[in-house]
Design a protein around this ligand. Structure first.
Ligand SMILES: Cc1cc2nc3c(=O)[nH]c(=O)nc-3n(C[C@H](O)[C@H](O)[C@H](O)COP(=O)(O)OP(=O)(O)OC[C@H]3O[C@@H](n4cnc5c(N)ncnc54)[C@H](O)[C@@H]3O)c2cc1C
Length: 372
């Protein structure tokens, strides 16, 4: 039902936006989400969810036991130099496709009472918490809200300051395959200037997702198949995985960079719109969920007039510049280890991991956070 003014408008119906919408609607706030696409939709993502999010997702109502998700507690790392290492994951996780997850969250948000407007792109926003916000959308007109949250992802449509920071463009490619590793294993395979993750998701399918620097793909005339044959196949384990039947894909995404994003100004961001952690950590979705939980607590206090707008912004800023920045920087550091230069140093590190599961485990422990 269309309203004159919503309590909270959320731009972007991904993990961060939808999980925030569920919490806000459940607390009784008039909530609207603008999503430029529709559900279900395939999305480039490794589809490995850290167990740090498990109980929070259950609290949101995600029926994990009905979804037949594989639980993952083993990590295998192989390098294009031929080294293979493995270790047990202390926290572990599970595999669930974005096709399933995002549409489940959208249903839960609607059931909680939120309006989820699909095929509705937000074009621009104006205002602040005192005057209220005006959101102009493509084709669906203009909406008003007391509070506005940007959950529109790593290439935020609203925060233009993001664009200027692109230092090295990356490309992501995803497939669903009909075969892969054991159901409790996540594999990461390196290749020159990139890496691929493979693990099982629901319904006996496997997510195969890789990212690489755009320059590498360009050198193969932007031909994905050629790139996979020439570059990914340098890692023989990866070459073997690519032989499985492709059920979905290739789906691609481009023009992203890692690290903290610029500040939006008069509204607040969550999820990737705030900071993008390298997928190597398998933690982007968990950070999106965590930021929505923390933000909701502050939104609740702001909308119930327990705190003022200045305190709200100060607390959001503290989370961004403290916890989030620390996690994202650590993720960037871990990813940089895979691309150490000179190449001999990188080879030596991969050799060390192959001899010391303890070192690999220490590294994987650095990627995860406490239970949300
Ligand atoms: C190659 C790759 C692999 C990854 N693998 C993993 C992994 O294995 N595990 C993990 O935890 N994380 C992984 N991630 C990270 C994870 O995908 C993100 O961190 C997560 O999706 C962030 O959620 P979000 O809600 O902030 O953004 P998104 O999920 O990107 O949602 C943003 C939403 O906003 C919508 N939108 C954008 N602009 C507008 C607009 N103007 N109007 C309306 N809607 C708009 C988009 O359509 C989208 O649905 C990976 C990322 C990449 C690129």
């Amino acid at each position: 039902m269309a309203q004159d003014q919503y309590d909270i408008a959320i731009v972007g119906g991904g993990i961060a936006g939808l999980s925030l919408a569920i919490q806000c609607a459940r607390a009784g706030y008039q909530t609207i989400v603008f999503e430029k696409e529709s559900y279900p939709k395939h999305k480039v993502c490794g589809e490995y969810i850290s167990n740090e999010s498990r109980s929070f997702l259950l609290d949101l109502g995600l029926p994990l036991s009905e979804l037949d998700v594989p639980f993952i507690d083993q990590f295998v790392l192989s390098s294009h130099h031929g080294f293979v290492s493995s270790c047990r994951l202390s926290t572990g996780g599970f595999g669930l496709s974005r096709f399933e997850l995002d549409s489940q969250l959208a249903n839960l948000a609607q059931k909680a009472g939120a309006i989820v407007m699909t095929d509705t792109k937000a074009l621009s926003v104006q205002g602040d918490f005192v005057a209220g916000y005006r959101i102009e959308t493509l084709r669906q007109g203009t909406f008003r809200s007391k509070l506005l949250i940007d959950a529109s992802g790593r290439n935020s449509a609203l925060n233009k300051s993001n664009k200027s920071k692109i230092t090295e463009a990356w490309i992501g490619v995803k497939y669903h395959l009909d075969a892969g590793p054991d159901s409790n294993v996540i594999e990461i395979h390196t290749f020159p200037d990139g890496y691929a993750g493979v693990s099982k998701i629901e319904a006996n399918k496997y997510c195969f997702c890789y990212l690489t620097k755009a320059s590498g793909l360009k050198a193969c005339n932007s031909d994905i198949q050629l790139f996979e044959e020439k570059v990914l196949s340098k890692n023989l384990r990866l070459k073997a995985r690519l032989k499985a039947n492709k059920l979905v894909g290739p789906i691609t995404t481009s023009q992203f960079y890692f690290g903290m994003k610029g500040e939006g100004g008069s509204f607040n961001e969550i999820g990737d719109a705030l900071g993008f952690i390298p997928p190597l950590t398998g933690n982007g979705m968990s950070l999106a969920l965590r930021s929505s939980k923390i933000l909701f607590e502050n939104v609740d206090e702001l909308l119930s007039a327990s705190i003022d707008a200045a305190t709200f912004h100060k607390r959001c800023d503290e989370y961004m510049k403290g916890y989030l920045k620390h996690r994202v920087s650590r993720g960037v550091l871990l990813q940089n280890l895979l691309f150490l230069k000179p190449a001999a140093l990188n080879k030596a590190l991969m050799f060390l991991f192959s001899k010391s599961p303890w070192a690999l485990r220490m590294m994987s422990n650095l990627a995860v956070g406490k239970t949300i």
